[in-house]
Design a protein around this ligand. Sequence first.
Ligand code: SAH
Length: 250
Amino acid sequence: MHGTRNANERDSAEAVKIRVILMDNIELIMADTQTDAFLAKRRSMVESQLRARGIRDERVLSAMFLVPRHEFVSAEYRDQAHEDHPIPIGEGQTLSQPYIVAIMLEALALKPADTVLEVGTGSGYQTALLAELARQVYSVERHVSLARAAQATLARLGYTNVEVVLGDGSHGLPERAPFDAIIVSAAAPQIPPPLFKQLREGGSMVIPVGPAPAQELQLVRKQSGLPVVTDLEGCRFVPLIGSEGYSSGW
Ligand code: SAH
């Protein structure tokens, strides 16, 4: 009797162990399947929305394949995270469409040793891409909830070369200037002079300029201290709100 009970106990202990192993594996398999699904979505986003439309910079394409875009949106938008449109991120703001992000990053032509200023952290998605492409990223966001969420996501994903700063980024971040590149993710009424001032000689800034319905994405290069402006693409961004931006939303 005694022996039988021991054997039963052993059996049930084994059964529990096997069940735990099975459950662990099922969870791993499910996580893997999800990872694969998002990987497939990123691959198709890169091929059909970016490469097919003329994005050629392999560093940008690889970064956009690598960075898990779905991690930067709330659960309700996760399935649409890779679609060809902007995604709401709270506070009336949006995560830009993948193609626009790619156009901006390609125009900047970042080098691995660059220091970059980003104005408008938003979800932190583009911040992560910048962190992949440059040495150090300073990113300014005016909404505390967005700044906190972006910082948490970036830390969770292991980015250590990023500093998210809360405040009005329309006048830049003079204490960290000069920058090799500046990227502004909200539309300004004109190129903010303090931002241009904080650009290193030979550096580049990408910024949407213009009113609500009709903005132009501009590449601004600093050559012999003067701005050389190239129009890149028509676009629609949320407004840059601050001392060098608009005084309120639209
Ligand atoms: N690239 C972002 C897009 C964010 S939308 C992403 O990947 O998610 C633009 C962001 O700019 C918004 O979060 C908005 O709050 C922010 N913003 C607008 N004016 C700003 C200002 N003056 N300083 C800092 N952030 C600003």
